[in-house]
Design a protein around this ligand. Structure first.
Ligand SMILES: [Fe+2]
Ligand SMILES: [Fe+2]
Length: 407
């Protein structure tokens, strides 16, 4: 097959990206497109508005939602340590082993997936002019033909750029015409006008309350922001999409609540983001990790991931801060004498934007003004659920409820 590879931040994906993909497919040069959301782009390390998993899953939902045929989304950059230079990504992506497995995972028949493929790197003609300054451009050309889109009204001297690349580096360059809209992600997030964002992505953004004041992380240190992005990449290995996005949403909401109630915003972001990190580990592993943090305090299956998460975040991700680890450990049950941070993560877990198990409006409203009241409402809802299911309430939850003045 002739495979077009399209790398980008997709922060957010917009109509311009989709038009480029469609035009590339129409150009006759390629049979399919693999979109590759960036993880650690060398040009803007940690400068993306959203951590990689949001951008990856948003792209996937968009491709599926729009019913784009012969378009796939790759998570290859999640598995690359350090900066995801194009040359490094392409070396792995174009390898026989990676590409045949990837295509088969995307329902391409085994025989076709195992063919000898030809690869193209899809780019805007404006970036063609700077290509020679990229990291190892010569190596990139060993893997792919450059496939550059001429945008409407583009003044770049495309033929000149093409001739220069061929003369200086060898390799192949092809040009195709881009039909469609011109827009940019930064313009969209800057103006807040999401009309040029495809419907499935808009729905995704709304569901997770992205590109809002809460996700701008104002007042969060660069170090914590970096740790948040890295935690998202680290957890990608251990959690399915829905749960990963839930736990990251809790990070954002915890940081916001920290703002409202005067708690350390950096710690809230990290504790919230990591709170469910151990939830999909094998049960045996959870038992082992839970014991290390809290002995035999939590034995019920559904509770294990909380103390296990504290150990996991510490040993595997390197979190040493005891307040953060405790907030992870007690996020499910609460406990007596809870810290402000613990209450915030406990609450955020139950009401982050994508939660919809019941009408959460009253609790969400309370959470903006009175933390204890919101925790009381949450604890009451949990208690009622437990009673209806005939489950015992954990002694630690009873202590929390006592402290909140519930009984
Ligand atoms: Fe949890
Ligand atoms: Fe959770």
């Amino acid at each position: 097959m002739r495979i077009g590879i399209y790398g980008g931040s997709f922060d957010p994906v917009h109509d311009g990206h989709i038009a480029l993909i469609k035009s590339a497919l129409k150009s006759g040069f390629i049979d399919c497109v693999i979109a590759v959301p960036s993880v650690r782009n060398n040009f803007k390390l940690y400068a993306n508005k959203l951590p990689p998993p949001y951008r990856y899953y948003m792209m996937k939902e968009t491709v599926e939602g729009l019913g784009l045929k012969n378009v796939y989304v790759s998570d290859i950059e999640f598995g690359i340590d350090g900066v995801s230079y194009t040359a490094v990504v392409l070396k792995k992506l174009t390898s026989d082993e990676y590409i045949s497995n990837f295509l088969m995972d995307n329902d391409v028949k085994r025989k076709k997936a195992g063919e000898q493929h030809e690869f193209f790197w899809i780019m805007g003609s404006d970036t063609l002019g700077t290509f020679e300054t990229w990291y190892n451009p010569g190596e990139i050309l060993n893997y792919v033909t450059l496939l550059a889109a001429v945008r409407p009204g583009d003044n770049t001297d495309v033929e000149k750029a093409k001739a220069s690349i061929i003369k200086n580096l060898g390799g192949k360059v092809e040009i195709f015409r881009l039909d469609g809209v011109d827009c940019s992600s930064s313009e969209i997030t800057g103006t807040g006008d999401f009309s040029k964002v495809p419907e499935p992505a808009r729905e995704f953004i709304k569901r997770h309350a992205l590109y809002t004041e809460n996700t701008m992380l104002e007042g969060v240190s660069e170090e914590a922001k970096k740790q948040f992005f890295e935690s998202a990449v680290w957890m990608y290995k251990y959690l399915g999409g829905k749960r990963l996005l839930h736990t990251l949403n809790v990070g954002y909401l915890s940081a916001h609540l920290a703002d409202v109630f005067g708690c350390d915003k950096d710690k809230a972001l990290i504790a919230g983001a990591l709170h469910d990190c151990a939830k999909e580990l094998p049960q045996e592993k959870q038992i082992e990790l839970a014991k290390k943090y809290s002995g035999d305090l939590f034995t019920e299956k559904k509770l294990l991931h909380s103390p296990a998460g504290a150990t996991f975040a510490k040993e595997e991700f390197g979190i040493e801060d005891k307040e953060i680890l405790d907030a992870i450990c007690y996020h499910t049950t609460g406990r007596g004498d809870m810290s402000l941070l613990e209450k915030i993560v406990y609450l955020a877990d139950k009401i982050e934007p994508s939660r919809n198990y019941t009408d959460l409006t009253p609790i969400r409203t309370a959470a903006e003004v009175d933390l204890d009241a919101a925790c009381r409402m949450t604890a009451t809802a949990v208690k009622n659920k437990f009673i209806s299911q005939g489950r015992d309430i954990h002694p630690m939850s009873l202590l929390m409820m006592r402290d909140l003045g519930m009984e």
